[in-house]
Design a protein around this ligand. Sequence first.
Ligand code: TPP
Length: 346
Amino acid sequence: MEHVDLLKIYRQMYRSRMFEEHVVQIWNDGLITGEMHCGIGEEAINAGIVTQLVDGDALALDHRGTSPSIIRGVDPKKLLWEFMGQQEGICSGNGGHMHIFSKSHLLASSGIVGSSGPAAAGFALAAQHLRPGKIAVAFFGEGAVNEGMLMESFNFASVLKLPVLFICKDNGIAITTFSSEVTAGKLTDRAKAFDMPALELDGTDVEIVWQAANEAISKARSGEGPSFILAKCKHFQGHFLGDPLLRIVRKPIKELRKITPGLVRSTTRFSGASLNERIGSLKDVLSLIARTAKERFSDKDDPLSLLRKKLGNETKEIEKIEQDVNHEMDNVVKEVLKVYLENNQE
Ligand SMILES: Cc1ncc(C[n+]2csc(CCOP(=O)(O)OP(=O)(O)O)c2C)c(N)n1
């Protein structure tokens, strides 16, 4: 059995976290326009898997592709320029954070929910023919597993014994829809129905993720076909930056004051849906807020805190890693903003 190097993994998780925290700041400053989906909270899943990839392996990512891209070694400056719509970006500023492509890393992402499945199956088919021993990984959320194309990918990968890992990052909610309310059966059973090994695990514990992925990766590399991993996690920044549910939970008085008149008006006005339906909708909104409040994330859900605790006796090494990474990311942001200001001066 291979040995897991937790310090090496901690460095990658911390790089991902620091980069995305800078992204949050820059988005708050208005320099990134539109939606921004962060992977803060998913780092153990991303690092536990991506740190085991080698040259020639491929990654198919969803709308939360920043963290795996950083861990895979994509230049953080090129990512940030991309998010800011600058020509220096990895896709010349045309793709934004949901459409990151890097030929040299065999990495492709898409905002079309579920599409990482067919993309990974395609990568894996190519690997089977052209790069034996190499694999592909698909990352997606649990909401994506209700997309037909993902089921087609499971079938295709299984029947052709393609070297793929299907990784489902399960945070229990797709934007504002509880997955338990729209998903029949267990997701691991769906994968098993396609004759794939399927495992459910704690996606906040990188050691657990690493071990499961290590086994699945060696199976895939040796021609034994695809595997499915369902990894539970939390999204500390909500669905996207500025998520109204999180805003309400963080500043209830200010935010509720803004939305209450609209809620009251839509529930009490004469025209529109029946009173029962409107009361039902109001209940749905309130239960979403209540669930978000109940789930206020604590340190114990944080994959980085958990790993820091495990590494308890390696404080000096952790401090050194954090210093290096802070320095790296500060320089990234400095350089990116310098070019941004040059590009955008009047
Ligand atoms: C095919 C498709 N349908 C709907 C959307 C709109 N959409 C964007 S993200 C999202 C939720 C996805 O949930 P999940 O797959 O669980 O991922 P999460 O955002 O929770 O990481 C939806 C429905 C989309 N981008 N693509």
